[in-house]
Ligand binder design. Structure first.
Ligand code: URA
Length: 240
């Protein structure tokens, strides 16, 4: 249980500077339980708090954990240069809260992207020691052959990687599509592994992280949702 003044609460939730939050409150734009509060010093219990700003209701969250169905043409980098950033797909207050992607997908890769403002979570989730499997569906230029699958499973040598990298599992879906599971998250890993195995990745979609499946979230491209405890537990490595 923790009580905080309303201006601090709004600031912590990404609604702007303290000064701006105070103005919103004194202008009568903020309501709690249907009652407009104009005193920014009002002290409120944050646990289970929901508040309305400009007629939109938000729940207080100490941290946010988000899944986005990433469309093509968006960059995951902090300072996007050639395409809009993925944060532009989320409400503006998440940028103020410093929500960041957990790892990166290339601008043309689509599918499941996790995002959060919890540094410890981002760090743990991106740690190579954690071995969280990630499942991708790759569309290839040349047909998917048994030989290609074998190469990806036994390991391919990538430029500037000391040891060959192997898929944890890999299977052909149809003539030009394969499903590949990786535990590492090296730069352009799927694309580089396919190239090293003699094919070319035309399109890439991430459909699962840990045991969290994108399909279970029912998100259209560009849509996002919060992840609750149950969904977050699916991100733990198997046996954890
Ligand atoms: N591997 C890639 O090549 N690109 C991605 O975006 C993710 C994995």
């Amino acid at each position: 249980m923790s009580k905080q003044s309303l201006d601090r609460i709004l600031q912590s939730q990404g609604f702007g500077t303290r000064k701006w939050c105070r103005e919103l409150i004194s202008d009568g734009e903020v309501a709690v339980n249907g009652e407009t509060i104009t005193d920014y010093r009002a002290s409120l219990e944050t646990d289970g708090l929901s508040f309305t700003i400009f007629d939109e209701t938000w729940e207080y969250r100490q941290h946010v954990y988000i899944a986005l169905n990433k469309p093509p043409g968006y960059e995951c980098s902090r300072k996007p240069s050639h395409h809009p950033g993925v944060l532009t797909l989320l409400p503006e207050q998440f940028t103020w809260r410093e929500v960041q992607p957990v790892g990166r997908l290339d601008h043309d890769t689509t599918g499941l992207l996790l995002m959060s403002d919890d540094g410890a979570f981002i760090h743990a989730q991106s740690s190579p020691k954690r071995h969280v499997p990630k499942l991708y569906v790759a569309t290839t230029d040349a047909p998917v052959t048994d030989e290609l699958i074998e190469k990806l499973l036994s390991g391919v040598k990538l430029h500037d990687e000391p040891a060959p990298l192997a898929a944890q599992s890999c299977r052909r879906l149809d003539e030009h599509r394969l499903e590949i599971v990786l535990e590492q998250g090296k730069y352009h890993q799927v694309k580089r592994m396919l190239a090293a195995a003699g094919n070319h990745c035309q399109a890439l979609r991430r459909t699962m992280v840990g045991r969290l499946e994108l399909d279970s979230l029912s998100l259209d491209e560009g849509e996002w949702c919060y992840l609750d405890e149950e969904k977050l537990s699916l991100l733990a490595p198997a046996g954890a």
